[in-house]
Design a binder for this molecule. Structure first.
Ligand SMILES: [Zn+2]
Length: 130
């Protein structure tokens, strides 16, 4: 799976980010990360690594908004047709693709966040017994 040269080992952070972006278990790179759209599989089917222990929380949503906002929305505002066309044309022509792009980006960003958390070995605190 590694495309890196054999002489220089990849850092765990790059490995975790890459595997997370590909929706793969950050520990082995073979098992799938999600059981549904954004629902993380509790345990990797390939290596048995516990995947639900990484506290991604609001990080993926934050980074997705940051990425889409800076790379798509802000440059879009420089196109004159955004300001000149009818709002009834501009709103669906921009909001629907933006919503789809955001929904496609969010699982990849969440995978990357989980991969980064795996690389720095940051896990959820153990639940205290009630
Ligand atoms: Zn695995």
């Amino acid at each position: 799976m590694s495309a890196m040269s054999e002489s220089q080992p990849a850092s765990p952070m790059l490995i975790g980010l890459k595997r997370g972006l590909m929706h793969r278990c950050p520990n082995c790179g073979d098992g799938r990360l999600y059981m549904r759209y954004l629902k993380v599989d509790p345990e990797c089917e390939a290596c048995g690594h516990e995947l639900a222990c990484y506290p991604a929380d609001d990080g993926p949503a934050y980074f997705t908004i940051l990425l889409i906002g800076h790379l798509v929305v802000a440059p879009l505002l420089f196109f004159p047709w955004i300001w000149q066309a009818s709002p009834f044309v501009v709103a669906p022509a921009t909001l629907i693709p933006l919503a789809l792009l955001t929904l496609l980006t969010l699982p990849r960003v969440k995978g990357a966040v989980i991969g980064a958390l795996w690389a720095i070995r940051l896990r959820k605190a153990e639940d205290t017994p009630a």
